[in-house]
Design a protein around this ligand. Structure first.
Ligand code: MG
Length: 341
């Protein structure tokens, strides 16, 4: 009988150029996990888990979950659908740990076949929309500085959900005439969000992400009805089953591998959202180019790309997909096409 694939995992210590601050706090140091699966012929597939406390994960819970999932490693990496279902049945949460394994299996499959993952899916990488680049919360002086540092990126994303949202928007708008999208990261009430809509319009904001905490679907619907720009659910939408209740309440959903738990689930979310005529966005956590590249492979299928997680790092341990000048460029090597720096 064929041997199950072997798995190794290693912590990655990442540091952002600036403290990355959003409505619920922030930090500069992030711990993710590099997962490798290996077949009997020595082929390796790689993936990264980028755990978020908001979704109940830390690097330590990722390691514990990986040890559980390791007991159900497939012998055949092509057994993707069944394997992801099996892992999900073992531990329903721990999405980032499963996402790393899913990416690693897809990487291994691509390497065995000698083709990039995007080609396995029949996608044209030139169709990926341009990525935003996030300017994190800071003092007005430092935000002006960061806008200057982001000169190469044509679309900026601004984190809101604070006491000084209007000042933040004004600061950024005075510093640039680029397209601005905003993310309130659950930081508003319905009343605050509705009061902010004319302000967003005044400053020419084009997208509003997650104004309310998850679960407040009627509130989201009230905001979307009044908004003149698309409202996108992020924290309110983790997996496919979150989508039907959001239909009509928001214009679109933000898919992240660390929320949905794998590449196949991400594709299911895209298909489900499309069936409901929704806008599809892909986002990320603070993670290296390894994790970003896994998400970048399905970016030709989405409308809005926010894959700046590795671009925000002081140093990136991997080389993979890039967002130079905002343009997503996918590596053309087999599998994910990622290598160690
Ligand atoms: Mg978001």
């Amino acid at each position: 009988m064929a041997q199950p694939l072997q798995m190794d995992a290693e912590f990655l210590e990442l540091r952002t150029k600036h403290p990355f601050i959003i409505a619920r706090g922030g930090q500069s140091d992030y711990r993710t996990m590099w997962v490798r699966v290996r077949d009997a012929d020595g082929h390796e597939g790689w993936g990264e888990a980028a755990p978020s406390r908001f979704y109940g994960e830390t690097a330590e819970t990722v390691l514990a979950a990986l040890n559980v999932y390791a007991a159900a490693m497939p012998a055949d990496p092509f057994d993707l659908e069944e394997t992801e279902r099996r892992w999900e049945g073992m531990l329903r949460i721990n999405a980032s740990a499963r996402a790393a394994l899913s990416a690693a299996l897809h990487d291994l499959v691509g390497k065995r076949l000698g083709v990039p993952v995007y080609r396995l899916w029949g996608l044209d990488p030139a169709r990926a929309p341009r990525s935003t680049f996030t300017v994190g919360l800071d003092t007005p002086e430092r935000m002006r500085l960061k806008v200057g540092e982001a000169a190469e990126y044509p679309i900026l994303k601004i984190k809101l959900g604070t006491e000084r949202d209007v000042e933040i928007l004004r600061t950024v708008r005075e510093a640039t005439d680029k397209e601005i999208r905003v993310d309130a990261n659950c930081g508003w009430t319905v009343k605050q969000a509705i009061a902010m809509l004319p302000v967003l319009a005044e400053f020419g904001v084009t997208v509003l992400e997650q104004p309310l905490p998850p679960g407040e679907i009627p509130g989201l619907a009230a905001i979307t009805r009044r908004a003149t720009i698309p409202v996108i659910a992020d924290e309110s939408c983790r997996t496919t089953e979150d989508i039907p209740p959001l239909v009509g309440a928001v214009d679109g959903i933000n898919i992240k591998l660390a929320k949905c738990g794998g590449l196949r689930e991400a594709l299911r979310m895209i298909a489900t959202a499309r069936a409901h005529g929704m806008i599809v966005m892909v986002g990320c956590m603070i993670e290296s180019s390894l994790g970003i590249t896994a998400a970048a492979h399905f970016s030709p299928l989405v409308d809005i790309v926010d894959l700046d997680g590795a671009a925000l790092l002081a140093s990136d341990p991997f080389v993979g997909a890039r967002i130079d000048g905002g343009q997503v460029s996918l590596p053309d090597g087999p599998g994910l096409g990622v290598r160690k720096r």
